[in-house]
Design a binder for this molecule. Structure first.
Ligand SMILES: Cc1cc2nc3c(=O)[nH]c(=O)nc-3n(C[C@H](O)[C@H](O)[C@H](O)COP(=O)(O)O)c2cc1C
Length: 191
């Protein structure tokens, strides 16, 4: 057995490659988007997702106001707009014109046309922590750019979804494929 030397980084969140998303909501009639790296699936039946947001987020005010929101998955082409939405708050700037917006079934959750995947959600719960709130939603619909499909399935090469090395960056997209999920471990024999 090989013993790897370890060093410690301290009591803090570690570095992880995370998808970066744009959370959309309408706030007092205005469209607003905020960049979020702390996003996750919660369940698949019914489909539920959550985003973790700081206490002061204009987008969260809009989520509470309308009970709906969107999670938009940006591609590499909109990295600057994505960074802008994460460095400029709707409390200070008007983010209505950052993206070409469309609405779906809920009529109130704005979605960014430039993002190849858009998820429309209905607010289910807000779980409050000391410094953050976890906003939980049930997925109402998922929209995908037709030109990002191959044989009817979303194609990661075409989507070029943005990811972020937390904390601090940089942004990146999918790298080398390492192995097939749910297959590569089947014949693995633990020591
Ligand atoms: C790469 C990146 C990731 C971010 N991730 C989060 C996050 O997970 N949760 C959060 O609340 N804010 C996150 N932020 C910060 C918000 O996007 C930022 O505070 C934004 O201005 C909030 O906009 P709003 O007040 O208009 O909602 C992130 C910013 C960047 C640039």
């Amino acid at each position: 057995m090989i013993h790897m030397a370890k060093t410690t980084l301290g009591k803090k969140v570690p570095m992880m490659g995370l998808p970066v998303v744009l959370v959309g909501a309408k706030v007092q009639g205005k469209v607003n988007f905020c960049t979020v790296a702390w996003a996750t699936m919660i369940d698949d039946e019914p489909p539920r997702m959550a985003v973790v947001m700081g206490k002061e987020r204009r987008t969260k005010d809009g989520i509470k106001e309308n009970g709906t929101f969107s999670i938009n998955l940006p591609g590499a082409g909109v990295v600057a707009a994505t960074d802008y939405c994460g460095t400029h708050s709707g409390y200070q700037v008007d983010k209505t014109a950052v993206f070409d917006v469309f609405f779906g079934k809920t009529l109130t959750a704005p979605m960014a046309r430039e993002c190849p995947v858009n998820i429309e959600l209905i607010l289910e719960d807000i779980v409050e922590f000391q410094g953050t709130d976890m906003v939980v939603g049930e997925v109402e619909e998922v929209y995908v750019n037709e030109d990002c499909l191959s044989d009817g399935r979303p194609d990661m090469e075409k989507l070029e979804l943005l990811m972020y090395l937390s904390p601090g960056g940089p942004y990146f997209t999918k790298g080398r494929t390492v192995a097939e999920a749910f297959k590569v471990g089947m014949d693995h024999r633990p020591r």
